[in-house]
Write a protein that binds this ligand. Structure first.
Ligand SMILES: Cc1cc2nc3c(=O)[nH]c(=O)nc-3n(C[C@H](O)[C@H](O)[C@H](O)COP(=O)(O)OP(=O)(O)OC[C@H]3O[C@@H](n4cnc5c(N)ncnc54)[C@H](O)[C@@H]3O)c2cc1C
Length: 324
């Protein structure tokens, strides 16, 4: 079987992996970016980017203008706390842009991967990494193996393989059970609210009129996609008493059936099946550097437990790893 050699291997071409590959290639290193799927591919997500994530795109040199296909948002609208919904515009700060973005993940991840390739990274798709190659003398990782038996060698390997964290687990790095874990589901609806210029966050979900009905477990979001649809979903942390006992699809329907009819969040307007995935939070896999392996993004459990945001931290940790 052929062996590929490079300065750094990055496993996983999500936002963490493609950002890391770009930053590393720009620093003059030869980079092999290994991805198990073939792009473009979907990833279950809310598709919402805060100014923190937008800043990382700008740092990568990506054109975030509306002309380049991005939907801009001005801030966060919050439902919760038994008060009328209120809007918090993104602040004007020297270090952050004052706008967020929305883009479907299939498109977003493809764009980031193409950016990494343009920066000089060699991307190898359809490559399912099954485990680490460990040097017996140094006890460090010196490469990885793919399911079909190919070998890729480098003195440093970046694990950006998302929540599965297969590579880290193959080196004995299990997740910490004293850190929160989330589960979230999402779907898309045709809706007149598709061009909303605020990201909408529901801190409380009710099965009727807010404050006058039953409070449901979890949090929700409505993000207009600008293409006639809204990405709508809800999530829950394993610290909730209802975790593991909830039918998420039914919960989504109960919540949305009590939103205004004219918003369109009804079964007949659904354009995609409801799909769910895990959100590993609060640095639940440590240490982030271990015997030549660097963990970034979801592989290191970097989702923010306060709002379920993970893309900004995936991209930011990628840049920090490249600097290190
Ligand atoms: C329902 C839901 C909604 C969310 N909404 C938002 C949101 O609106 N905004 C936000 O910022 N965050 C959101 N998140 C979190 C966000 O999706 C993640 O934090 C983010 O995708 C992490 O990026 P990553 O690159 O670390 O991992 P991923 O995006 O999971 O990418 C990992 C990549 O590695 C590849 N891979 C996996 N295993 C292997 C292997 N063995 N070999 C080779 N390649 C492999 C995968 O195919 C994938 O391409 C949401 C999460 C969920 C579940």
């Amino acid at each position: 079987m052929p062996v590929t050699e490079s300065d750094v291997i990055v496993v996983g071409a999500g936002p963490a992996g493609s950002s890391a590959a770009t930053h590393l290639a720009r620093r003059g290193l030869t980079v092999t970016l290994l991805e198990k799927s073939v792009f473009p591919r979907d990833k279950v997500c809310g598709d919402g980017l805060t100014p923190r994530a937008t800043r990382q795109l700008i740092r990568l040199g990506i054109d975030t203008s509306t002309e380049n296909g991005w939907l801009h948002n001005k801030g966060l609208r919050i439902y919760g706390g038994r008060v009328q919904p209120f809007e918090m515009p993104w602040p004007d700060l020297a270090d952050f842009p004052n706008y967020g973005l929305v883009r479907p993940r299939a498109d977003f991840d493809n764009l980031l991967a193409e950016h990494a390739i343009a920066a000089g990274a060699e991307a190898v798709f359809n490559t399912n990494v099954t485990g680490a190659i460990i040097d017996e003398k140094t006890d460090r990782i010196v490469g990885v193996r793919s399911k079909d038996g190919r070998e890729f060698r480098a003195p440093i390997v970046v694990a950006a393989d998302g929540n599965s964290a297969r590579l880290a687990i193959s080196m004995g790095l299990d997740k910490r059970d004293d850190r929160p874990m989330g589960v979230a589901v999402r779907t898309y609806y045709n809706s007149p609210r598709h061009d909303d210029d605020y990201l909408e966050s529901w801190l409380e979900l009710w099965d009727g009129k807010p404050g006058e009905s039953n409070l449901l477990p979890g949090y929700g979001w409505v993000f207009g996609m600008g293409d006639g649809t809204c990405n709508v979903g809800l999530g829950m942390l394993n610290t909730s008493a209802a975790f593991g006992k909830t039918d998420y699809k039914a919960l989504l329907k109960t919540w949305l059936d009590n939103t205004p009819e004219e918003w369109g969040f009804r079964d007949e307007n659904m354009t995609m099946p409801v799909k769910g995935a895990a959100l590993p939070m609060a640095f639940n896999r440590q240490p982030a550097y271990y015997r030549g392996l660097v963990l970034i993004g979801d592989a290191a459990g970097m989702v923010n437990p306060f709002n379920g945001e993970g893309i900004a931290y995936a991209m930011e940790s990628a840049e920090i790893a490249a600097d290190a």
